[in-house]
Design a protein around this ligand. Structure first.
Ligand SMILES: [Fe+2]
Ligand SMILES: [Fe+2]
Length: 234
């Protein structure tokens, strides 16, 4: 075989290999662009949680100022917390993210974040109990009994007080570390798993429907208009 033919063969093979790799990379980038990464997914869900925390604060204000409360709206908000946050969002954190930082038995040193994940796990458990009590108290026949309203307000306050720092720590300390502890392939697998689990549990466009449902609650409570939150310097 002539030298020139060998060179052409090598060039051709290199071009095909490079083309295949480039195509794979572009396809991967395209998929990444279209899909919501698991950490971003959890942060978006924190947005839902945060909007419900504001709903809880509003109901607590109403109780404190002796205004009538919409107990069924409150129960509905707490049911979203139970089904979407406790039974879905927190399960994903507990099953797939926290273990990345928790000490496997063969390791001597625990990851510094394992202390945080331990506290976050116990707060999840505490949150579930408080949510059950909120649903229970909000649906009692004597919901407006002063003693019941007092305890309901305490539960709402306790829940808001715990979950604000809880989600802030996850967003700022835990989630940013996740990419450092998984390979590109594992991160991709988690992306698919989170998306598939959401579709399986809640159907298509579940997130958008939830945002709409929460917005309707905010409208009913008069806390939807975002411009009303604009601060003015004094
Ligand atoms: Fe959490
Ligand atoms: Fe979370």
């Amino acid at each position: 075989m002539q030298k020139s033919n060998i060179v052409i063969g090598i060039l051709l093979a290199s071009t095909i290999t490079f083309g295949a790799l480039y195509y794979r990379r572009v396809t991967f980038m395209k998929t990444c662009w279209q899909e919501v990464p698991p950490t971003e997914d959890l942060m978006r869900e924190h947005g839902i949680l945060n909007r419900i925390l504001r709903i809880y604060e509003k109901v607590e204000e109403q109780i404190a100022t002796k205004q009538p409360i919409n107990n069924m709206l409150l129960a509905d908000a707490a049911i979203i917390i139970r089904d979407f946050i406790h039974n879905y969002h927190e399960k994903l954190e507990e099953n797939y993210l926290f273990p990345l930082f928790e000490k496997p038995t063969h390791q001597k040193e625990a990851h510094p974040l394992s202390r945080l994940t331990g506290i976050l796990r116990s707060q999840h458990a505490a949150g579930r109990l408080v949510t059950d009590m909120i649903i229970y108290r909000a649906t009692l026949p004597n919901v407006n009994d002063p003693e019941n309203l007092k305890k309901l307000a305490e539960d709402l306050k306790g829940f808001v007080g715990m979950y604000r720092p809880h989600e802030n720590r996850e967003d700022t300390e835990l989630f940013p570390e996740v990419r450092k502890h998984v390979t590109e392939g594992e991160f991709e697998r988690l992306t698919d798993l989170f998306e598939d689990t959401e579709h399986e549990k809640f159907g298509k466009d579940a997130y958008e429907k939830l945002v709409h449902r929460v917005a309707e609650m905010e409208k009913a409570l008069g806390i939807f208009n975002i411009s009303e939150y604009t601060a003015h310097a004094v």
